[in-house]
Design a protein around this ligand. Structure first.
Ligand SMILES: NC(=O)c1ccc[n+]([C@@H]2O[C@H](COP(=O)([O-])OP(=O)(O)OC[C@H]3O[C@@H](n4cnc5c(N)ncnc54)[C@H](OP(=O)(O)O)[C@@H]3O)[C@@H](O)[C@H]2O)c1
Length: 299
């Protein structure tokens, strides 16, 4: 009995000792803790650019060509392990053989097939060697008809890929992250590829989906930031990719009279911006879609 009282007294004295020795520090910090809710430190102050994405596991949907492939290549250069997806496996295989980087992984995955989502995510985890840290929602297709001649099946196909596919994939991955109870040392990120078309009037499905994406980026940006999941987006202008090939009259130069710079851009220009958004250098940017369109949407 006496022994247990002495033991309790001893530990109480120890606690008092700790409090007394830290008293000046506690007094000094008290006003800050009371006024700032206890947030006294910032995670990122300095970023080493050559190792910007070291050990990050990234999924780039539609990463087998164009903008997605340029983002994947940039992320590989910066130290990430990258899984590129798309509907055409042979296209992905060809890219993997050409790039020949062991950190590049491939998976045939149609984002519109939401019923296969959880099995694809399990496969992705195995292929990446762990849970994904960053999702780049890049897969997208153009619509065929223009208003007033849009066909319902065209509307559905474009929405299934560009909007519904993106939404449910993002939701599923965020659900996993939310269960993991992410800490400040492991910020998770989503980058959504919208379009300059998401910032001007929309009368056909492609542009409408790109408005959807910009809105979702804002909404998720606000709601997920407190959980250390940072959602941002990019709205590219006209970029020299497969998607634009048939619209670009000139094959051999970059002239384009639709924006004040009078030119199209390369996928690599979007990848540079993406690298910044994927990295911790941009951790205070939340819910923004950065427009990279040579000034097109300013008119
Ligand atoms: N190029 C531009 O001027 C421009 C401008 C603004 C925004 N964007 C956007 O940038 C993104 C990339 O386009 P891009 O220009 O790089 O054209 P792209 O080379 O045609 O790339 C689109 C990629 O998406 C993949 N994809 C299409 N449907 C898919 C699906 N259901 N599931 C999975 N992957 C799918 C395609 O691969 P598979 O065919 O093998 O599936 C392809 O690799 C798109 O979201 C596009 O809307 C492009």
């Amino acid at each position: 009995m006496l022994r247990s009282i002495l033991k309790k007294l001893k530990s109480a004295l120890k606690v008092c000792g700790i409090l007394i020795s830290n008293f000046p520090r506690l007094i000094r910090l008290a006003p800050k803790i009371l006024t700032s809710g206890g947030h006294l430190s910032i995670n990122v102050t300095y970023v080493k650019y050559e190792a910007l994405l070291n050990d990050k596991r990234i999924i780039v949907t539609g990463g087998g060509s164009g903008i997605g492939l340029a983002i994947a290549q940039k992320a590989l250069d910066l130290g990430a392990v990258v899984l590129i997806t798309g509907r055409n496996f042979h296209k992905l295989e060809k890219v993997a053989n050409t790039i020949s980087n062991p950190n590049l992984r491939i998976l045939a995955w149609d984002v519109s097939e939401t019923e296969k989502l959880s099995s694809h995510l399990t496969e992705a985890k195995d292929i990446l060697g762990g849970e994904v840290d960053i999702l780049v929602n890049n897969a997208g297709v153009l619509s065929k008809g223009l208003f007033p001649n849009v066909k319902e099946e065209d509307w559905e196909q474009v929405y299934d890929i560009n909007s519904k596919g993106l939404f449910f994939l993002t939701q599923e991955i965020c659900r996993i992250w939310l269960k993991q109870n992410t800490s400040t040392s492991s910020v998770k990120k989503v980058i959504n590829i919208s379009s300059q078309g998401g910032y001007v009037g929309a009368t056909y499905p492609y542009r409408m989906t790109k408005w959807d994406i910009a809105g979702l980026t804002q909404g998720l940006g606000i709601s997920l930031a407190p959980k250390n999941i940072i959602v941002n987006g990019i709205a590219p202008g006209i970029i020299s990719t497969e998607m634009q090939k048939k619209f670009l009259k000139q094959r051999d130069n970059s002239y384009c009279d639709l924006n004040p710079q009078n030119r199209i851009a390369s996928p690599e220009e979007i990848a540079e911006l993406a690298a910044f958004l994927l990295s911790d250098a941009s951790n205070f940017i939340v819910g923004q879609t950065i427009i990279c369109d040579g000034g097109f949407s300013l008119k």
